[in-house]
Design a protein around this ligand. Structure first.
Ligand SMILES: C[S@@+](CC[C@H](N)C(=O)[O-])C[C@H]1O[C@@H](n2cnc3c(N)ncnc32)[C@H](O)[C@@H]1O
Ligand SMILES: *[C@@H]1O[C@H](CO)[C@@H](O)[C@H](O)[C@H]1NC(C)=O
Ligand SMILES: *[C@@H]1O[C@H](CO)[C@@H](O)[C@H](O)[C@H]1NC(C)=O
Length: 340
């Protein structure tokens, strides 16, 4: 028995066919539009990658204070400058319960594991230290990345020979890096905690520099934020912590806010280091371009100077890192970022 389609049956088939065609047409249109918008995105992205500075500038329009610009802008407003004479005691109170970390050191359970002096650094006695200390005659130096204290001890030694009364703040989490003990087996470790910090303290005591050097044993980011909050300003900042692009980029940007207006110098090691596709060098150069600064290579170090005192004064207005609030509080900067 054959199937007989009546008039009603044909209409159903026709309707179904039409619906199917409409669906197919819709599908193709949306696919086409998608491809077109993807092309747009890719075009834009490739333009961005070509010139990061153009990208940053384009994103920093007055109204763009939202999330995307947070990816590359650093908004610190530090507190008013604290008197230099108070810096040491402020930090002792803030992070050491008011007691010097050198007092009563080493305790009996640590003493047997320390060497009287175990100092090892990298380029930590290079001429750049001598040159910059003579140029700046710093009262306060902030060092990012201290390890066993080689470069800090060298700077303290120079400062003493110049009869300066410099305070050197050494920011380091004193954990080195994963696997550092392959080359520093002699540094005792207990339950996965190496005695790097203890050996650093011991080195400073052995060289009689406990009045000049004070550790700030935290991550660079959190320590810089605290110094910024306390209004601690540095005449010189040495950047030598982690050497990948993003760490160096963050360290340089955050720390720049600590530089004393007008006089500060920032410098750092491993300018030519190949790690992370020359991450340190890229971070230094990108920062210099954004701020309109000149990078001065010095041996294996890089140097960034503030523009001359007068130029620095006028840039205080447009440099968000140096818009200082009257309050003793770091606040997120409200105004938009202006590039030089
Ligand atoms: C190359 S060493 C510093 C050497 C020292 N400036 C010298 O010349 O003797 C790098 C140091 O940075 C520290 N470091 C790396 N990343 C850090 C971070 N995010 N916060 C704090 N310290 C960090 C490590 O613990 C290590 O001691
Ligand atoms: C300090 O410098 C003098 C030379 O001025 C040098 O003999 C001495 O070894 C240095 N000390 C340290 C701990 O670097
Ligand atoms: C250690 O340094 C202090 C000044 O900071 C000085 O008075 C003292 O004589 C020095 N001691 C030694 C053993 O060099």
């Amino acid at each position: 028995m054959g199937i007989q389609l009546g008039n009603g049956g044909r209409k159903h088939w026709l309707l179904l066919l039409l619906l199917g065609l409409a669906f197919f047409a819709g599908l193709m249109t949306s696919l086409f539009l998608n491809i077109q918008s993807c092309k747009e995105v890719f075009r834009d992205r490739s333009a961005e990658v070509e010139d990061p500075v153009l990208l940053l500038k384009s994103q920093a329009e007055p109204d763009l204070k939202s999330l995307p610009s947070d990816l590359f802008t650093f908004h610190y407003t530090c507190s008013e400058a604290a008197p230099l004479a108070e810096v040491r005691s402020m930090l002792l109170n803030e992070i050491f319960d008011g007691v010097s970390p050198f007092e009563g050191f080493p305790p009996p359970h640590v003493a047997p594991f320390l060497r009287k002096q175990r100092i090892k650094g990298w380029g930590s006695k290079d001429k750049v230290f001598d040159d910059l200390l003579k140029e700046v005659r710093p009262q306060l130096i902030v060092e990012l990345g201290t390890f066993l204290g080689a470069s800090a001890i060298h700077m303290a030694n120079i400062s003493q020979s110049m009869k300066l009364q410099t305070l050197i703040l050494c920011i380091d989490d004193f954990r080195g890096w994963p696997g550092f003990r392959h080359t520093f087996k002699d540094i005792h470790q207990e339950h996965g905690q190496a005695m790097l910090y203890h050996q650093f303290l011991q080195n400073v005591i052995a060289t009689n520099l406990t009045h000049t050097i004070l550790p700030v044993p935290f991550s660079t980011t959190s320590a810089i934020a605290k110094l910024c909050d306390l209004g601690i300003q540095a005449d010189m900042i040495e950047v030598d912590a982690a050497h990948d692009f993003h760490s160096a980029w963050a360290d340089i940007n955050w720390a720049w806010a600590l530089l004393r207006p007008g006089v500060g110098i920032m410098f750092g090691h491993d300018y030519y280091l190949r790690a992370d596709n020359r991450g340190v060098g890229r971070a230094v150069h990108l920062f210099a371009r954004l701020k309109g600064l000149h990078v001065q290579p010095h041996g294996s170090h890089w140097i960034l100077r503030r523009p001359s005192l007068s130029a620095a004064r006028s840039s205080v207005v447009s440099d968000p890192n140096h818009v200082r609030s009257g309050k003793r509080n770091r606040r997120w900067q409200e105004t938009s970022f202006k590039y030089p």
